[in-house]
Design a protein around this ligand. Structure first.
Ligand code: SF4
Length: 507
């Protein structure tokens, strides 16, 4: 288990430099222990905000708990009581960091929270969020989901203008932009700074007496607004990356924060402005494939419905005779249910996932590299023996994990293993908040589907077509979707050119 580390403070005091140095060293140690799941994709963050609740910290805690799947390396909660702005963050899971004692140190009726996954070199506690910055516009706490793509230019410009950065996170750049804005009113400064950045961001911010929530103009990442009705006073307004967080708070979903919208919540109520408009929406379709929970409604559509349709569409596009449909748990389950129903085949949990495996695991030696998958998944032999198995998964990244799973199912006695993937081949990295390996490490950028089939040792392999995926995610109010990791067509211009060159040119 990762050691629990706290940075953070009640009131105005900052952790001492010695504490921060120690934290950084401890985080490096934590990073060295991280060996698990190198062959899967990771979301980078989940965010929440609460306005007008006597136990705002506890509400933020519950919401973060529901968003734990969006990041498990660090978490933080900042609260405000009109006077003070307190902030506590740590390395580990939400439930590990926020004990009763810790929550008691976070007073106030407003809170923002964050849960984070980050790549190894980045996972220092200093970069955990919310980040609290004392700026020329006052104290601001910020938490951010996504990834900015024009950072280099902006950071260099701000440094020339005298900005001093404490972290390497995108969020601090946003706060520095706010601090350096020529606009006088804070809300104008925020709108001004957001219109200067490009990329994916769903942001929540807090000052001593107000909450802000905003989405980037293309609406890459989800962010929804909900309400807890208070019969005796003003309603509590909540924001969260996914609506599944509202259920735990007994909040009612009200609407999505719109792409390019900045919402402000004060004691006087909710106000909103469009700080940017006119860009085509490009919401992340991979949220529907993998990241978001099936019990969430994102971009105006239930994730469960999309995944069910992906499974059904796979049957129409690439069904083969088989005896049983088996998901790779957990994310393959809903698509597998759709596949089984459409194909008229039995659905069986032929692979069991151990939910108690920690995110860090000290492998004794390199030569036991297969250990990771076997630790997480175990086959149910009597469901697989002698069967023609349709295996449903949501992606193949490097291919090594898929091969281990196919071998595992065959090793348990399956007569045939047909792997079906509920999205198209992943051929390009993501620059918008999903931690993807470089193009040269993506197996689909290097090999044909037939070559991948041979590599993973399946009897057959098929991916969902792009058209099939978009059809599956199409709802009543369907946004335009980003599909760049399947097509290489990026909605923004600011991408690393080396990364999007044909794979052969970068090897
Ligand atoms: Fe989502 Fe892929 Fe676009 Fe990244 S590149 S935002 S993972 S669809």
């Amino acid at each position: 288990m990762i050691r629990r580390l706290y940075q953070g403070v009640v009131g105005e005091t900052d952790a001492s430099e010695t504490e921060l140095e120690k934290s950084k060293a401890d985080c490096r140690e934590g990073a060295l222990l991280k060996t698990d799941s190198a062959d899967t994709l990771h979301e980078e963050c989940g965010v929440v905000a609460i306005h007008g609740h006597p136990e705002a910290a506890r509400q933020a805690y519950l919401a973060l708990y529901a968003l734990q799947h969006r990041g498990q390396e660090s978490a933080g909660i900042a609260t405000a009581d009109g006077q003070r702005l307190s902030n506590i963050k740590g390395m580990g899971l939400v439930s590990e960091i926020f004990t009763e004692d810790v929550l008691a140190k976070l007073p106030g009726s407003m809170a923002i929270g964050h849960t984070r996954y980050s790549t190894t070199g980045d996972s220092a506690l200093l970069n955990a969020q919310p980040i609290r910055v004392d700026s020329t516009k006052g104290l601001i706490a910020i938490a951010h989901n996504g990834n900015l793509v024009n950072l280099g230019n902006i950071r260099a410009r701000l440094e020339r203008e005298g900005a001093y950065f404490q972290t390497t996170s995108d969020s601090e750049i946003i706060v520095q932009l706010i601090a350096h804005s020529k606009a006088n009113a804070l809300v104008d400064a925020i709108a001004d700074s957001l219109s200067n950045i490009d990329g994916a961001f769903s942001i929540v911010m807090m000052t001593r007496d107000r909450i802000f929530a905003a989405r980037d103009p293309r609406g890459f990442r989800p962010l929804s607004m909900g309400r807890i009705k208070n019969p005796d006073g003003p309603d509590t307004i909540v924001f969260a990356s996914e609506t599944c967080a509202f259920d735990l708070l007994r909040a009612e979903y009200e609407r999505d924060v719109l792409p390019g919208e900045l919402v402000m919540v004060t004691d006087d109520g909710v106000t909103s402005r469009q700080y940017a408009s006119g860009l085509p929406q490009s919401s992340c379709v991979f949220e529907h494939v993998y990241f978001a929970r099936p019990d969430s409604k994102i971009f105006g559509r239930w994730v469960q419905e999309s995944r069910d349709q992906m499974g059904r569409q796979l049957v129409r596009e690439s069904g083969v005779p088989a005896d049983v449909v088996v998901p790779v748990p957990d994310s393959g389950v809903t698509a597998a249910l759709g596949y089984a129903e459409e194909a008229g085949l039995p659905f069986r949990l032929g692979l069991i996932r151990n939910h108690y495996v920690g995110r860090t695991f000290i492998e004794p030696e390199q030569r036991v590299r297969d250990f990771g998958v076997r630790l997480k998944l175990n086959p149910v032999r009597n469901l697989l023996e002698g069967k023609r198995v349709i295996l449903i998964d949501d992606s193949i990244i490097r291919g090594t994990t898929s091969r281990k799973i196919v071998r595992m199912v065959r090793g348990a006695g399956a007569k045939e293993v047909h792997l079906r993937i509920s999205c198209p081949p992943t051929i390009s990295p993501c620059y918008y908040g999903v931690d993807t390996p470089s193009k040269r490490e993506l197996i689909a950028a290097q090999k044909s589907v037939e070559e991948i089939r041979q590599f993973i040792e399946a009897d057959s392999l098929a991916y969902l077509s792009l058209e099939g995926l978009l059809k599956s995610c199409k709802g009543e109010h369907t946004p335009g979707y980003c599909t760049a990791c399947y097509t290489g067509n990026y909605p923004t211009q600011w991408v690393d050119v080396d990364e999007i060159l044909p794979a052969s040119a970068t090897v």
